[in-house]
Structure formats: structure tokens, C-alpha cells
Write a new protein. Sequence first.
Length: 236
Amino acid sequence: MPELALADGTRLPYELKRSSKRRSIGLRISEQGLVVSIPQRLSLRELEALLYSKRDWIQQKVQQQAAAKVPALSWQNGETLWLLGNRLPLYLAADSRNRAISCDGSRMDVRLTDISDTSMIKRRVTQWYKQQALVDFTRRTELLVQKLGLPMPPIALSSARSRWGSCNSKGEIRLNWRLIQAPPHIIQYVIAHELAHLKEMNHSARFWAIVARLFPSYRDAEAELRQLSRQLHRID
């Protein structure tokens, strides 16, 4: 099955349908993925150029469809959160003197003055996630970058809806904080992907060879990340 390289570097398999009756190109996002319908005589070069020009739109639509299937968090007692791939039941307690968040690896305890204030619960939990993410991502980056023989790049968090990570021309890496919910190997893959851009600011064969050196099972991780996307975006 052919694949489309999306803006964040992940590859999206798509179904290609040719028809002698079709005069234009059709793009449809189904539950199974992307379906591309094209005229019989359209060349592969023309198809690739069109898909490249539409890749941001395609990625946005794929993620929107995935997110729509997952119910939003209601921030109530017993609701399930995730940390490093582990399920964390949410426990709320009213406490005006000790307002804090704690996690022992099996549950997340949130103590606030007013536990009926779901917007405050969301803000505090999101802030906690970001704190954990920066520490975790920095540590993983420090270990992986050594394999490339490069200095530690600046690391910052991102809240992007359509990208898990990015690396700019200055060598600065941004990683989506929502990844802290994912299993460690998924985080490792995204970091490896962005570190590879320090060597190759493209998605060429040389780039993917670097990714494979840092994280050999990157194709499996890409596919798993696509499946996890809707779960990770439950916290908007």
C-alpha cells in the first residue's frame, strides 16, 4: 500500500483508486484511513505533488476524525488518565489547605478547594503533565543525542494539534507535551525522529537511515502513534 509522508514526518498509508471516468482528484478520509481517487492517466509524479501540497490538510482531517470518536474528559472522580502508557484513575479530594497533585504510578490524586470546578482541575492536571513531560523528554533526548555525537539541543514543549514534534533550522526541538501519556517507546521514536533532523532537515532516505539507527522499529512506532492519537488528544 502506498504511503504519504505527513508534515510531522509520519507516514500515512492510503488506498489508491484509478478510474477512466474520473476527471478530477478526490480525497476522502474514511475510518480505515485515506482514500485517493484519481483519473486513470494521472502520473505518479503529479499525484505525489498534489498529495504533498495537501498533506497538512490531510493530517488535520485524520486527527479531527480520530479525536471525534473519543469522548471528551469530564474530569470526574474515577476517570481514566494516562502516564507513560499506564492507566491512571483520577481521584479528586476537596482540600483547601493542601492543594496539590500527586501520582504513585497507579493513580493520580488531585486535591483542590473546589473539586466541582472542572476547568481548574483540567488546568492543574495539564500543568502537571507539562512539568513531567519536560523532565522526561529532556532526559531521553540527552541519552539519544549522544549516539549522534552532537551537543544537547534546546528542548521546549509544544501544544500543537497536528504535530508531535518539530526541529527548526536553529536546531531547536519542540515536543508535544501530550506524548507524556504515551508508552516510553513512542516518546523515544518521536525524539529520535526530531534528532535526525539535526543531521538532515528533510525526509530523505538519509534521514530515515538516521532514524533507523536511533530507533530501528520506527515503522511500528509510527503506526502505533497513529492509533494512539485520539487518546492522547483527549486533553485539548
